[in-house]
Design a protein around this ligand. Structure first.
Ligand SMILES: Nc1ccn([C@@H]2O[C@H](COP(=O)(O)OP(=O)(O)OP(=O)(O)O)[C@@H](O)[C@H]2O)c(=O)n1
Ligand SMILES: C[C@](O)(CO)[C@H](O)COP(=O)(O)O
Length: 229
C-alpha cells in the first residue's frame, strides 16, 4: 500500500523581539533543553514523519549546531536560511523541500516546545481525508474590545479558536499558495485559505503554547518541573 510522504517544516528563524533577549528564544534552555530541540525530539519520535527540515536565521548556525548536537537521525535535513518574515521563512523551507516532493507538510513553530505526539497524530489523521488541518484550542475566556484601557464592546467567543501549530497541508498546494500570496500572514492557514484551500480544525492542547515573552519561558520551566516525578 502506498505510504504518503510527510515532511515537517520547523520555522526557527525568528529574532524573538517580544522576548527581548539577545539569544533567540527558540535556543534558550527550558530545564536544560531548548525549545527547538524539544520540538525535534518529539517530531523525530513520530514514525509517520519521513523528514524534518528546520529553517534558521543565518546568524544562528552555531546555536543550531549546538541545539542538534548528538542528533543522528537521517531524517533531519541540513538547515536552510529563513527570511525576514515567518511567511518568507516558510517559503524558503518549502522551496528547499521541493527536491523531495513530499505529499504532505506540517509547519510547526520552533517556539512551541511542548508539541505532543497526540496533537501531531491528530493533524496527520485529519490529513488522510482532507486537504489541510491544524491544531487549535477554543477560546474559553470572555472577550472584550477596548478603546485604550476602557472596554468598549463584548466580543462573542462562540466558534472562536486560538491557532497553534502544526498546521498541515498538501505540500504542492501550500507552496503554490505561498508563491501566489503577497506579504506576511499570521499563519499558514491564512495563506492557504487565500488560495481557496479548505482547512479543518483539530483539537490542540493548552500545553502546546508558544514561548513569546519571558513569562512564557517561566511557564515552560514550571511545566517541565511539574512533569517530573
Ligand atoms: N522571520 C521569521 C519569523 C518567525 N519565525 C518563526 O516563527 C515562529 C513563530 O514566530 P514568533 O513567535 O513571532 O517568533 P519571533 O518572530 O522570533 O518573535 P517576535 O515576533 O517577538 O520577534 C517562531 O518559531 C519563529 O522562530 C521564522 O522562522 N522566521
Ligand atoms: C503561527 C502561529 O503560532 C499560530 O498561532 C502564530 O500566528 C505565530 O504568530 P507570531 O506573531 O509569528 O508569533
Amino acid at each position: 500500500m502506498y505510504k504518503s510522504d510527510c515532511t515537517v517544516l520547523i520555522v526557527a528563524a525568528g529574532r524573538g523581539r517580544r522576548f527581548g533577549d539577545p539569544l533567540p528564544k527558540q535556543y534558550l534552555p527550558i530545564a536544560g533543553t531548548c525549545s527547538l530541540r524539544r520540538c525535534l525530539d518529539t517530531f523525530l519520535g513520530v514514525a509517520e514523519i519521513d523528514r524534518v527540515q528546520v529553517v534558521i536565521h543565518p546568524d544562528d548556525a552555531k546555536l543550531y549546531a549546538e541545539a542538534v548536537a548528538g542528533l543522528t537521525d537521517a531524517r533531519l535535513m541540513p538547515s536552510v536560511a529563513g527570511g525576514d518574515t515567518r511567511a518568507a521563512s516558510v517559503v524558503n523551507g518549502l522551496q528547499a523541500l521541493q527536491l523531495h516532493n513530499p505529499d504532505k507538510v506540517l509547519v510547526h513553530d520552533a517556539a512551541r516546545p511542548f508539541i505532543s505526539p497526540k496533537v501531531i497524530g491528530g493533524v496527520l489523521t485529519e490529513l488522510d481525508t482532507c486537504d489541510a488541518a491544524f491544531a487549535a484550542v477554543q477560546v474559553v475566556d470572555a472577550l472584550w474590545k477596548a478603546e485604550g484601557s476602557l472596554v468598549s464592546a463584548p466580543v462573542s467567543r462562540d466558534n472562536l479558536w486560538r491557532a497553534q501549530t502544526p498546521q498541515g497541508f498538501r505540500f504542492d498546494a501550500l507552496l503554490r499558495a505561498h508563491l501566489a500570496y503577497d506579504g506576511d500572514a499570521a499563519d499558514d492557514v491564512e495563506i492557504a485559505r487565500s488560495q481557496g484551500i479548505s482547512v479543518k480544525i483539530v483539537q490542540g492542547d493548552t500545553a502546546n503554547f508558544k514561548v513569546t515573552t519571558p513569562d512564557d519561558l517561566a511557564r515552560a520551566e514550571n511545566f517541565v518541573r511539574a512533569q517530573q516525578p
